[in-house]
Design a protein around this ligand. Structure first.
Ligand code: ADP
Ligand code: MG
Length: 697
């Protein structure tokens, strides 16, 4: 006998094996448990009946009682429609159908009392309702006073008459039978503290709310619960990891001291120092480190990474740094090699384009331990790559890597997990970080190196191009360099290249005295590199490029970033691009060029960029505009598959749930106290069905 909620939905009245299979295939709903958690995505207001006299076109959906007194088909061909005169004691109005006319004609009867529900609209000065829902008036639906749940279905399901109403009926059956099977999952004291309604009532009112207030209570309770258990899981994972997984102890600071005293190219910011201390503390502690390092573009994460590697290398272990793109891996390699050479540390680069012979040498040197630092792309998590003793694995620009890839790094050291440092330049809103990286410790570099002037961002319409050119000329005259970036258009590489080439030509015409570089994704790596190097060496003054320069490139003398068709870029990307300038001591500028016509969202993006340089603020707006999955690229991580809560909107609730979970774990880490028995029972029941209570990195 399966537990009640594991019962297959085929046993519900009116379902059966065929429909059950269809619902499973279309919606992923197989059991009573699945069904009861298939929450409505909206509700229709059936809390009151309106008189026909009072109905007007500005109203949202309305519910009216009346009788059909006349029905006729009018018009021909595509204009053919069925018009019914619908009357109550106050007035008459028209109900109209354009489709399924025959079926409706058969179904509707004159002189019978009906309930009609739909959106009023104006048609030829009169108010009517097109394609209303219409049912014979019964004692059931004559009760005004409930919100009608609306459920997601699919076209294939509707073709088999499994519409929202049918799903609602199925859920009602389950809930009625579920009496006695729905356990409370939260402890009494939490229910009281947060005024949460009990689980069984919450489930009832989420599906069948009789008014807004109860619906809100149900939503609040279920959202809280959803956040609470995710946070409890993440926090518990963290506690377990800290308790169980020993980390290698690294406490030999000799290389650090040498680097600090002899080679450090600039003073570290206080934020950099603080973060290095936090990381050192972790790596000395004997516990395995799992830390997220957030720092805005240009905040100087690379040198922090290098200094952390030194602690590991001093002790004879190895370190790796993984970047999302080849260009970025190249740049990290170049940057780190400069430092490493000063100290006589062996460093190599491994990417997709490394030759077989090179790879062989690298593999061997990794295995015998003579290679101390490896920089690369995904290529370095391939199975063939084995380290003698990987002590620290660093991942840059984490948002481009999935959880699975993080997990692979865990296994790169045969005997002990390496310490993990995840670096991200796109600040992640706190709520999102709490959810996606809720099991990591977080360090933040919240300070830019001294002497940087905030970048000025300006929005210009395409018509102002000549004056923008004039501005560029002035900056070049001051000895500065300029990026001009064109969007990458995925649907049409040809078009993209044409935009870029047209732009290049018009710039070449407007700047006859200057040298201009051009870089795009279709070029051979060595050509790209050649052009980049020309720009780095200041042989060219203008770099015309697609977004290939988005991440990482570092030319401190470049002080102007012109972004063409800026309305086509997302916020995170605009912020990244802007981060390419403002790296030197000069005043830098970012010019966002757009069309005159801007969508509402594009306008918000542009305004946000003009208003602030703060990556966290930008990330918050981005989260609101795009939703969480798109931002992190971590939909697959599972923690974002929320049934009801929304991390971009329910921010306070998330924080409250996390605090509650943290307090409970602190007082009772094993959840063995009597007052936490509801929690433990729920977790155990989840463990049986779901695999995701296990460890993710
Ligand atoms: P990001 O955090 O975006 O990866 P980088 O590590 O590329 O930033 O650093 C950006 C630039 O700032 C580099 O040229 C780097 O050498 C320089 N930099 C880093 N830290 C400092 C500092 N404390 N003082 C001055 N310049 C610094
Ligand atoms: Mg960087």
């Amino acid at each position: 006998m399966p537990a009640f909620f594991d019962t297959s939905i085929e046993f519900l009245k009116g379902v059966g094996p065929q429909k059950a299979a269809l619902i499973g295939k279309e919606m992923g709903l197989f059991t009573y448990g699945d069904l009861i958690q298939h929450y409505p995505f909206r509700y229709e207001d059936r809390t009151q009946f309106h008189t026909i006299e009072s109905v007007h076109a500005d109203m949202p959906f309305v519910q009216i009682k009346g009788r059909i007194t006349k029905m006729e088909t009018v018009g021909e061909g595509r204009k053919k429609r069925l018009v019914a005169r619908f009357e109550d004691d106050t007035q008459a109005m028209e109900l109209v159908w354009f489709k399924g006319i025959q079926w409706v004609v058969k179904k509707l009867k004159l002189g019978v009392d009906y309930v009609a529900f739909g959106k009023p609209a104006v048609f030829g000065r009169k108010v009517n309702i097109a394609h209303p829902e219409i049912e014979i008036l019964t004692t059931q639906n004559n009760k005004a006073g409930f919100l009608q749940p609306v459920y997601h279905t699919s076209e294939k399901m509707k073709a088999k008459f499994i519409d929202s109403k049918a799903i609602s009926k199925m859920i009602r059956q389950v809930i009625v039978q579920a009496e006695g099977h729905i356990y409370e999952t939260l402890p009494e004291n939490l229910l009281q503290q947060f005024s949460l309604i009990e689980k069984k009532y919450a489930l009832w009112h989420i599906h069948f709310p009789s008014n807004q207030e109860l619906l809100q209570k149900a939503q609040f309770r279920l959202k809280f619960e959803e956040f609470f258990f995710i946070q409890l899981k993440l926090l518990k994972m963290k506690v377990t990891r800290i308790d169980k997984f020993k980390g290698q102890v690294f406490n030999d600071s000799s290389l650090l001291t040498e680097f600090y005293n002899q080679h450090l190219p600039f003073d570290l910011t206080n934020a950099q120092k603080r973060v290095i201390r936090e990381i050192y503390q972790d790596m000395k502690s004997g516990k395995q480190m799992n830390r997220l390092l957030q720092g805005d573009v240009g905040s100087g994460k690379t040198i922090v990474a290098f200094i952390c590697m030194l602690l590991v290398v001093s002790s004879g272990a190895q370190a790796s740094m993984m970047a999302p793109t080849e260009i970025l891996a190249d740049q990290h390699y170049e940057g780190l090699k400069e430092y490493a050479d000063l100290l006589g540390i062996k460093i190599a680069k491994l990417t997709g384009s490394s030759k077989t012979a090179e790879r062989r040498v690298i593999h061997e040197a990794l295995e015998d331990g003579s290679l101390q630092i490896l920089v690369g792309t995904h290529a370095l998590i391939e199975d063939k790559v084995q380290f003698k003793n990987l002590g620290l694995a660093i991942i840059d620009e984490q948002h481009r890597f999935g959880v699975a890839q993080r997990a692979k790094l865990w296994k790169k050291n045969a005997t002990q997990f390496p310490h993990i440092l995840v670096m991200t330049a796109t600040p992640i809103p706190r709520t999102l970080a709490m959810t996606v990286y809720g099991d990591l410790d977080v360090s933040i570099i919240d300070e830019l190196p001294a002497g940087r002037k905030p970048i000025q961002t300006i929005h210009e319409y395409d018509g102002k191009r000549l004056s923008v050119f004039g501005f560029m000329k002035k900056e070049i005259a001051k000895g500065r360099q300029i990026y001009v970036v064109y969007p990458l258009i995925e649907e049409s590489e040809k078009l993209e290249l044409k935009d870029l080439m047209d732009g290049y030509e018009s710039i070449a015409r407007a700047f006859p005295d200057n040298h201009i570089s051009i870089v795009h994704g279709k070029m051979k790596p060595q050509d790209k590199d050649f052009e980049m190097q020309r720009f780095v060496k200041h042989e060219t003054q203008i770099m015309v490029a697609t977004t290939v320069i988005e991440v990482g490139v570092n030319v401190p003398n470049a002080s102007v970033m012109v972004i063409e068709n800026a309305e086509r870029f997302g916020l995170a990307q605009l912020h990244q691009l802007r981060g390419r300038v403002g790296r030197g001591a000069d005043q830098s500028y970012c010019v966002l060029m757009t069309d005159y016509k801007l969508s509402k969202e594009a306008r918000i993006r542009i305004d946000t960029m003009v208003k602030t340089n703060n990556g966290f603020e930008i990330a918050d707006v981005d989260l609101r505009l795009r939703g969480p999955g798109d931002i992190t690229g971590t939909q697959q991580s599972g923690v974002l598959d929320l049934l009801i809560a929304d991390i971009s909107k329910d921010t306070k609730l998330l924080q409250a749930a996390r605090n509650a979970a943290s307090d409970i774990l602190e007082a009772d880490p094993e959840l063995s106290a009597d007052q936490n028995r509801n929690i433990l029972r729920h977790i155990n029941s989840l463990k049986k069905t779901a695999v995701n209570w296990g460890r993710i990195s």
